[in-house]
Write a protein that binds this ligand. Sequence first.
Ligand code: SF4
Length: 458
Amino acid sequence: MKILLLNPPSQKKILRDYFCSESSKAAYYWPPIDLLVLSGILKSFELKVIDSIIYQYSEEKTLEYITSFSPDWVISLVSAVGWEEEKSFLSSLKENNPNVKIGIIGDIALFEPDICFKVSSIDAIIQNFTSDNISEFLSQVTPSSLYSGIIYRKGDELVRGAMSEQKEFSYPVPQHSLFPLHKYSLPYSRYSPITTVITSTYGCMYKCTFCPSGQIGFGYRNLDNTLEELDYIQKLGIKEIYFRDFSLSAPPSRLIELCRQMIKRDYSFRWSCDAVVSNMNFELLSLMKKAGCYLIFFGIESGQEHELKKVHKPIKDLNSIRQVFNECKKVGIDTLASFILGLPYQTEDDLLETLSFSKEISPTYASFNVFVPRYGTPLRNQLQKEGKMFIETDIDSSEKAFNLTSVSDERLNEIHRRAIREFYMRPSYIWDRFRHVNSFMQLKYLVKNGYSLFQKII
Ligand code: SF4
């Protein structure tokens, strides 16, 4: 049986993940984690990967490649922000290849499967890539059982397997070598051209109201299984990896053990991850540094304590944020802080306080995102109940705002641009960035991403 794993073409550079989708804000683009995991799970099949975004393939070219491979199944990523384009592409795919079965995976498929099944070309949805019965399902000519984490079409009916509730999971090591690793990069790449991503958890143990990750349960990957993949990555000569976990630091005991094992194995690659401020302390940061960590992504969201409480962010207070950012500087780990501008009912002063806090903690990089009520989040559900949310698909936050603040759309966009400008255009910041460049590769990515950001604010 032949299976094709597809990141479908798009006019935009959409990053599609099982829990969330958005456009790349600059020149970076990392490998699609869902397809990577599936490349391990499905390794007993004849497998091909097409990433039409990274190769910038047109719809015609992608269809040509698919037809020439003649797969039995195409498993395609889909996304809430690109759904209109994707559903039309998948319909053309079926028209061109009537015998191919189409399965999809992505945020819209996870949270709104019924919207997806309105498209008749879709045969199945994989809702959870950690399910251990995906291979079994795909190999059935006419499946008839229930498969956890999978919904499929059977005649006019939809057969819905329950979401699996595995606390600990394992899967065969993903085949990173099937992906064009030399083409991917991170927003802060240092060691490209060989970058990949890995995951060691599923979902998030916290439940921030604006974030879909906390709504899909939480499971973690067996540690030996994670290390097996890291050993393989080391053998491939990959220089840089990104743990695509919502929070590698939760629970901290697991991260401590992972770091100890990584130190023992003396890996040569360097890594970055997402973590939660409240899990961090100086000892853990020092251990992470020793294990090869060079950057941590922290979701800070707001410069106001009452706003953090309102969205159930697991951060005690602003002082704990200040402390962790100072400790990262002491230990020598770079930071990326992400902020949300335009949470419902914010005022101009609220927005400006967040901007001012971003400069005060002075992370190595800052990401300012205009609020989007994402699928599956309590905040979106609440807005829908209040009759304030009426669109079927997601808005791409890089393009337009969903605005329930007290400022106009124009003002919100202006503050967004101002935040990027004031953070990145500080002479001391620019000097600091160039002062810390260690390689031509780092300089190249700094200039490329800097240029993309500059285009956004002029
Ligand atoms: S801690 Fe981060 S990943 Fe987890 S629910 Fe909150 S915002 Fe989402």
